[in-house]
Design a protein around this ligand. Structure first.
Ligand code: A3P
Length: 297
């Protein structure tokens, strides 16, 4: 059964969320979660559907924007993705193709047809220290006060996995398991830090994966339009208000709260030496059997 969960500590850190089958979800998921997850399983998937999956603040909007340009052959910005997590299936069914659908949920929660190989899936991950800073700043800007507290309190909750969508480590391990067990070829794994390092090369690989062909100049244009500085400068002017409805519903910010710093290593401006040491200990312990590594600067 789905239940409301409230966590708090003596220092005023507070989290309110919905829990279902041991996992914490955002409170805006409609109803009892169970009905929504069951109806998602039956979603009719289209061949040209694209799914963007991530732990929050790992670059979901970035990958979504690139994928939308590659899917449509048009370099216009189109706002935020529709999330599987909190849009009902009737609404998702009515969206025109090509659909670009995002989720922060695990693989087993995706529509059955995706897990049978239909549509294409991008999974993006990012180092957990920058995710922590990005998530904390984002949560503090939301109108729904599902989380409140200091950075220190947030980090404590985050390290214990007491946060929306649970532990960063558990999400990573879930995807690592899918990498070795899932036989389909409709998943491409992306890493935020690698995209920062050589975006054109990652965009080329994404186009190949989607099976779309463009001349070099279009791919360069997509790359330029997806550089952080360009996006921040132009996206606000170019996105139609109706395409940003969701963001404005959840936040009072005039500026889109998604685009903040877009850097690798900003965590150094937030973690104290002691916090960093504690996080490193947790990281070593949790990642001891995991082959993947992350770049932190
Ligand atoms: P920061 O808060 O560290 O700046 P998501 O879309 O999953 O919510 O992720 C948001 C994070 O991705 C934010 O991180 C945001 O700035 C970053 N981001 C968005 N577009 C980006 C881009 N073009 N280049 C680099 N980072 C980007």
């Amino acid at each position: 059964m789905c239940e409301w969960v409230e966590e708090s500590d003596s220092e005023g850190t507070y989290l309110k969320t919905k829990k279902y089958e041991g996992k914490l979800y955002v409170s805006i998921i409609p109803g009892n979660i169970k009905d929504h997850l069951e109806s998602l399983q039956q979603l009719e998937v289209r061949e040209d559907d694209t799914f963007i999956l991530s732990y929050p603040k790992s670059g979901t909007h970035w990958v979504f924007t690139i994928a939308s340009m590659l899917r449509t052959g048009n370099s216009a910005y189109i706002g935020s993705p529709h999330f599987l997590d909190y849009n009902d299936v009737d609404y998702l069914n009515k969206l025109p193709s090509p659909r670009l659908l995002a989720s922060h949920m695990t693989f087993d929660r995706l529509p059955l047809q995706v897990r049978e190989g239909k549509g294409k899936v991008f999974v993006v991950s990012r180092n957990p220290k920058d995710v922590a800073v990005s998530l904390y700043t984002f949560l503090m800007k939301l109108k729904t006060k599902d989380f409140s507290g200091s950075w220190e309190g947030f980090l404590r909750f985050y390290m214990e996995g007491k946060i929306v969508y649970g532990s960063w480590f558990d999400t990573l391990f879930d995807w690592e398991k899918i990498k070795t067990t899932y036989k389909g070829d409709n998943i491409m794994y992306l890493v935020y830090e690698e995209m920062k390092q050589d975006l054109l090369s990652e965009i080329n690989k994404m186009a190949t994966f989607l099976g779309v062909e463009y001349d070099k100049s279009f791919l360069e244009e997509v790359t330029e339009r997806n550089q952080f500085k360009t996006m921040v400068k132009t996206i606000i002017e170019e996105i139609k208000p109706q395409d940003q409805q969701f963001i404005h519903k959840v936040s009072d910010e005039k500026k889109l709260p998604i685009y903040r710093k877009g850097e690798v290593g900003d965590w150094k401006n937030h973690f104290t030496v002691a916090q960093n040491e504690a996080f490193d200990r947790l990281y070593q312990e949790q990642m001891r059997d995991c082959k993947c590594t992350f770049r932190f600067d």
